[in-house]
Design a binder for this molecule. Structure first.
Ligand code: ASP
Length: 431
């Protein structure tokens, strides 16, 4: 038996300290002529780079070894269908929860300032320029085209997730069509690579509390809690929606559909959730998510290797909720009444836009601009809350990661995996 799991209290403490420290110190205070901001920025970036370093080889090895094992099975199609149904189902549920709260609280009507500050305007200009300069990547058509990379080395070098997933899926499937000896050699190689990258992730996780501290402190040094004031009702609506989705809706699904203990799942996922919170990036959190789902929650590699990397690219339930609330908030703030059919359009657009959102910080802002264009609202509207976007990003990214992990549990249980979150795996697994 391996050693008993450690409790991740250190990381929670790191987050709490970082919030206090970051808000108190601000951007200018320093020591020996070096600002604290520069220190946490440098160390946080090093930690983030280490996480990103693992993503490409880990995802590739995970998908290839998983698919090589199931690609030839009849169950493959059924599995794919189930995964997509869970993705769409959970994201839709999240959007509807957001829609309910934004109509109930109506934060836009309570909006207290029409002044958009200079910092917000600057960020808005950068985002709008980004959208204008890369229309292809940001369109649904661009998303489809990026599915099939023309050059795998280029896709790997750019960390192009969808291209990487597509290549790995086909590669894994092709392995099942080669002769037995070749198949075994390749499978052994990718399985070995996968296990090695997991060990690599464990090494990085030893620095988790420090990395989390630096990344969280950095955010609170720039956008302190004071920035929440003018858009308090908006932030409250988003946080309430995310909270109900993550702590009520998903646990109910885990309890009654997957028939597992939700608290155990929260505990198994804790390292991934705090990493998502501090990095605001589902992609950078991916190695830790895979590790938690497979090693701590006990989902098989067969399912985890499909659900988690794919979910990281296309299942963004928290972002979907945020986009819907944001679009309706802007309409309210501009005094525009949205009819039922317009709200339906917002729901549909939020679902589609969330599929295209990349797992990187603030990616939803671009998606919101697109939703605003479709429903005919001024894109300047995002300036109303852009200053608090990063704080809310931390929350929605945590929800994105948790929702992916719940899909993995639901799919694994529906495939009859008894080991998932069982008492045995929960109490005895390492890390
Ligand atoms: N930061 C989010 C993520 O990585 C995406 C978003 O901006 O909503 O999941």
């Amino acid at each position: 038996m391996s050693k008993k799991r450690k409790r991740p209290w250190g990381v929670f403490l790191a987050i709490a300290l970082a919030i206090v420290f970051g808000s108190y110190v601000g951007k200018d205070m320093g020591i020996f002529g070096i600002s604290f901001y520069a220190i946490v920025d440098t160390l946080g970036t090093i930690f983030l780079n280490a996480l990103k370093l693992v993503v490409v080889p880990l995802v590739m090895a995970s998908i290839i070894s998983g698919i090589a094992r199931v690609g030839g099975e009849e169950s493959f199609k059924r599995l794919g269908l189930k995964i997509f149904s869970f993705y769409i189902g959970t994201s839709l549920l999240a959007i509807l929860i957001g829609l309910f709260f934004v109509n109930l609280i109506s934060p836009g009507t309570a909006y207290i300032s029409t002044q958009i500050d200079a910092h917000a305007m600057e960020r808005l200009a950068v985002i709008k320029e980004g959208v204008a300069n890369s229309p292809e990547e940001n369109s649904f058509q661009g998303l489809l085209v990026s599915l099939v990379p023309s050059n795998i080395v280029k896709a790997l070098a750019h960390g192009d997730m969808l291209g990487l997933i597509f290549f790995s899926l086909l590669f894994g499937y092709a392995i099942t069509k080669t002769g037995k000896t070749n198949a075994q050699t390749l499978m052994g190689f990718f399985q070995g690579l996968f296990e090695t990258m997991i060990q690599f992730t464990h090494l990085i996780m030893k620095f988790l509390p420090y990395g989390v501290f630096c990344l969280t402190a950095k955010v609170f040094m720039i956008s302190g809690l004071a920035s929440l004031e003018s858009v308090g009702w908006f932030a409250l609506t988003v946080v309430l929606g995310l909270f109900v989705f993550m702590f009520v809706a998903l646990p109910l699904l885990l309890k009654f559909v997957a028939k597992v203990n939700p608290i155990r799942h929260f505990r198994a996922m804790a390292p991934a959730l705090v990493t998502a919170f501090s990095t605001s990036s589902t992609s950078a959190t991916l190695p830790i998510t895979i590790d938690c789902v497979e090693k701590r929650a006990g989902v098989s590699n067969r399912i985890c290797s499909l659900v988690i990397p794919l979910g990281t690219s296309i299942n963004m339930s928290g972002s979907a909720l945020y986009e819907c609330v944001a679009a309706i908030f802007i309409a309210q703030a501009y005094g525009i009444e949205l009819s039922f059919s317009m709200q339906f359009l917002v729901v549909a657009m939020s679902l589609i836009a969330s599929i295209g959102v990349a797992g990187i910080p603030s990616a939803s802002l671009v998606a919101i601009i697109m939703i605003l264009k479709v429903i005919g609202l001024p894109s300047e509207g995002i300036g109303l809350f852009v200053a608090v976007d990063r704080l809310l990003d931390m929350c929605r990214t945590t929800v994105n990661v948790f929702s992916d992990s719940c899909c993995a549990i639901l799919v694994a249980r529906s495939e009859g995996e008894k080991r998932v979150l069982s008492k045995d795996i929960f109490e005895t697994t390492e890390v």
